[in-house]
Design a protein around this ligand. Structure first.
Ligand code: ADP
Ligand code: MG
Length: 758
């Protein structure tokens, strides 16, 4: 890795979607205005406007209103980033915002509509067009697609959708997903297929796609490797990785009244998003030396993109309607902070894990093998023909494969024909004895089989080379129509216009700043009154600014309080959960067992899970690790005497190896199920009659104060326990009396050891 560059900020753009039909039907007010020229978003909060507060203004790198076209966004904002990925930088585009504000629309858009396609399909075209126009370069493009849902990573391209993947870290390449599948793609169509398969898998795993997509983060990864001959005469490989991230909806989960499982899910979604927020804050703060990347899977995976070596664009999506104003403001504040993150992008040159290098090496190896075969064959052929003058019979490796193949096929055919001829000659030769004939025929048959095998091996080798080579893309081939110069010009023009617009916007923003600074310096006052007037005007302006800043501080404080309350609520829920677990462990799991488990458990930092060591933990590594001398070759240790006896006497006493293995014999049952005694109806009626006037039994329950006791009915009557044997009057009396007489008023259950303090 080399070519370090100076740092640059994360680029933040904001896009406001149009009002949807529902919002229009409900005649919601539009509270967001977009100043494309200045790069400003102005939000008017109706609640605060009535209290006389000014609208809030946010400035970004660029902003897009509801009429913005997908292609405008691509040309102005995303194209430069994808271009740098093609040069070997890492790049990330992520869409942030409330559910339903257009994150998926911006990233994916409408598939079959060229006008409304999002950045992902547009980047496919861009990448393959670039490759088709390239010269003297070799490319390898591959794609992966994953999803993070409830802090679990799922490979959307894998066959086994139930499998969860883990994150790993390597000092040279950083954080990566272990066993994530990636597909080498040779054309736009192929990579689109990969995306479609992933999208299908995404919806398969969910009952409600809308809800699922608003709770999960989807990351599409395109890796472009490019090999080019350097000035040093060596092939150099640059690898650019493009992460396209559609984040989960950023709306507050408590607002939706989440509880139980849903809350757990909500905290996990929020975990990634709030960890993202914390990472952004820590990066921008400048004071904190620790950046909490490890707090969530998402932040670990995007570590490079936030304060790392990647180029990053964040698209903040917002809705214009008044009922979303709080969320809109939160999104704008969140993204406003992200503007200040500094990255240090650099080109990844000749990384160790470049797949292209492996492909090239493998192809070279296979070709050499093939050449050796064909070379050998040709030599033989030439010799056979007595045509030695044609030199060493070597083929030139490059570009002459077809000829090599033709030669090979010719050679096989000749060999086969020759063998066939020889076989016929043997058959027709009457001078040979039948036995001899059979022997010779057998030999020929074997030769033919060998020849066939060799031919097959050669075919396979050549097919493999072809398959591998077809994956490496070079310019000038018909991937995309590259001859269309007009289109190329058009693209260039669009880029120029986009650049112009950007410059204009930056200048406007700078001018505004400078205006305010220099206003006072330029002024010369003709009279005291004029000075007072102008200064009053200025004061008013500054006062308004002060008010705006104060309001902003107030808002942020309020947002912080809300967030804290939410966190506290989550913490309380989790503490309650923890208390229950403790209660169960402390009261229902024996101490020794608990200690055993505690001693076995260890925390795996890599996977961030508690894991158990195997049960048979041997203190001394060597103890019982090898079989004792007296047991070698036997099932169990045997004394010398036993060995001798085993050999000499037929006695079964020492036949240690001849142990009979018997199946377990199941004993037959000797008990019967319990059946209630049947009381003859007559007796029952008589009993009923006799007991008619008896009142309930009175029990003194004063000594029975356990909270586990069943609730006594108002009269204090003792009910028959469900599982007890049928109670006779006598039995219940003895129980009651023994309870009264012998038991002091103490709890009948063991006392809890109490909770371990937090
Ligand atoms: P999210 O992914 O943020 O939840 P979606 O991308 O699914 O939101 O957008 C919600 C709806 O709004 C979709 O029907 C989409 O077509 C529409 N939409 C979003 N942004 C725009 C836009 N800029 N122009 C037109 N329609 C949009
Ligand atoms: Mg979405």
């Amino acid at each position: 890795m080399s070519k370090s560059k100076s740092s640059e900020s994360v680029k933040v753009v904001v896009r406001c979607r149009p009002m949807n039909e529902k919002e229009l039907a409900a005649t919601y007010e539009c509270v967001v205005s977009v100043d494309v020229k200045f790069g400003q978003i102005i939000v008017r909060n109706p609640r605060e406007a009535s209290a006389g507060e000014l609208p809030k203004v946010f400035t970004f790198d660029s902003v897009y209103d509801c009429n913005s076209k997908q292609l405008d966004l691509y040309d102005e904002t995303f194209r430069p980033l994808v271009d740098s990925v093609l040069q070997g930088f890492n790049g990330t585009i992520f869409a942030y915002g409330q559910t339903g504000t257009g994150k998926t629309y911006t990233m994916e858009g409408v598939k079959n509509d060229p006008e409304r396609r999002g950045v992902i399909p547009n980047s496919f075209d861009h990448v393959f067009t670039h490759i088709s126009r390239s010269q003297n370069q070799q490319y390898l493009v591959r794609a992966s697609y994953l999803e993070i849902y409830q802090e679990e990573i799922r490979d959307l391209l894998s066959k086994d959708q139930a499998r969860r993947l883990e994150l790993r870290e390597r000092p040279d390449t950083g954080v990566y997903v272990k066993d994530l599948s990636s597909f080498v793609t040779k054309s736009v169509r192929e990579i689109e297929n990969v995306m479609n398969v992933g999208n299908q898998n995404r919806s398969v795993g969910s009952t409600n796609m809308n809800e699922h997509s608003s709770r999960s983060h989807a990351i599409f990864v395109i890796t472009v490797e490019c090999s080019e001959l350097g000035p040093d005469g060596e092939n150099h490989i640059r690898v650019g990785k493009l992460n396209l991230v559609d984040l989960a909806g950023s709306e507050r989960q408590t607002k939706t009244g989440a509880q139980g499982e849903r809350l757990k899910e909500a905290t996990k979604i929020n975990l990634s998003l709030s960890a993202l927020g914390n990472v952004i804050s820590a990066l921008v703060d400048g004071r904190s030396s620790h950046i909490p990347y490890r707090d969530s899977k998402l932040t670990r995976l995007l570590q490079d993109s936030l304060g790392g070596n990647a180029r990053t664009v964040m698209v903040a999506n917002i809705g214009p309607a008044s009922y979303n104003v709080e969320e809109t403001l939160t999104t704008l504040r969140y993204s406003n902070r992200a503007k200040n993150i500094k990255n240090k992008p650099r080109v990844n040159e000749d990384p160790k894990d470049a797949l292209l290098r492996k492909f090239q090496e493998e192809i070279a190896k296979l070709k050499a093998q093939l050449e050796r075969r064909t070379g050998k064959k040709n030599k033989r052929r030439h010799k056979r023909r007595g045509d030695c003058s044609s030199g060493d019979g070597h083929e030139e490796a490059s570009g002459e494969e077809d000829e090599v193949d033709d030669n090979r096929i010719d050679y096989w055919r000749e060999q086969q024909e020759k063998l066939e001829r020889e076989r016929k000659a043997i058959m027709e030769d009457h001078s040979l004895v039948a036995e001899e004939k059979a022997q010779l025929l057998k030999e020929k048959q074997k030769k033919m089989e060998d020849l066939k095998k060799e031919q097959e091996a050669g075919d396979m080798l050549s097919a493999k080379v072809r398959a591998m080579e077809s994956k490496l893309l070079v310019g000038g081939k018909n991937i995309v129509d590259h001859t269309n110069e007009q289109q190329k010009m058009l693209e260039l023009k669009r880029q120029e216009i986009a650049e112009q617009k950007r410059k204009e916007r930056e200048m406007q923003q700078q001018m505004e700043c400078r205006d305010e600074e220099t206003l006072e310096l330029k002024e010369t006052y003709s009279s005291l009154q004029q000075e007072v007037d102008i200064k009053t005007k200025k004061l008013k302006k500054l006062f308004a600014k002060l008010q705006a800043v104060k309001a902003e501080i107030h808002d942020i404080q309020e947002a912080h309080i809300n967030e804290r309350q939410e966190l506290e609520q989550t913490q309380n829920e989790l503490t309650r959960d923890l208390k229950l677990k403790h209660l169960i462990i402390e009261n229902f799991i024996p101490f020794e067992e608990k200690n055993k488990i505690v001693n076995r458990a260890f925390f795996d930092d890599e996977d961030e899970y508690w894991k158990m060591r195997p049960i048979t933990h041997i203190e001394d590594e060597h103890q019982m690790m090898s079989r004792p001398q007296s047991a070698i070759g036997f099932r169990r240790p045997l004394s010398n005497h036993a060995r001798m006896a085993m050999k000499d006497s037929p006695d079964v006493r020492y036949k240690a190896e001849n142990i009979l293995l018997l199946g377990m014999e199941m004993p037959s049952r000797t008990t019967k199920d319990y059946q209630q005694p049947v009381i003859a109806p007559k007796v029952a009626a008589a009993l009923e009659d006799a007991l008619k006037n008896e009142s309930d039994l009175q029990v003194d329950a004063s000594g029975f104060n356990s909270s586990f006791a069943p609730p006594a009915s108002a009269s204090g009557s003792l009910r028959k326990p469900k599982s007890a044997r049928p109670r006779t009057g006598k039995q219940s009396n003895t129980w009651t009396s023994s309870f009264n007489v012998h038991n002091p008023p103490s709890p009948i259950y063991p006392q809890s050891r109490g909770l371990v303090p937090k």
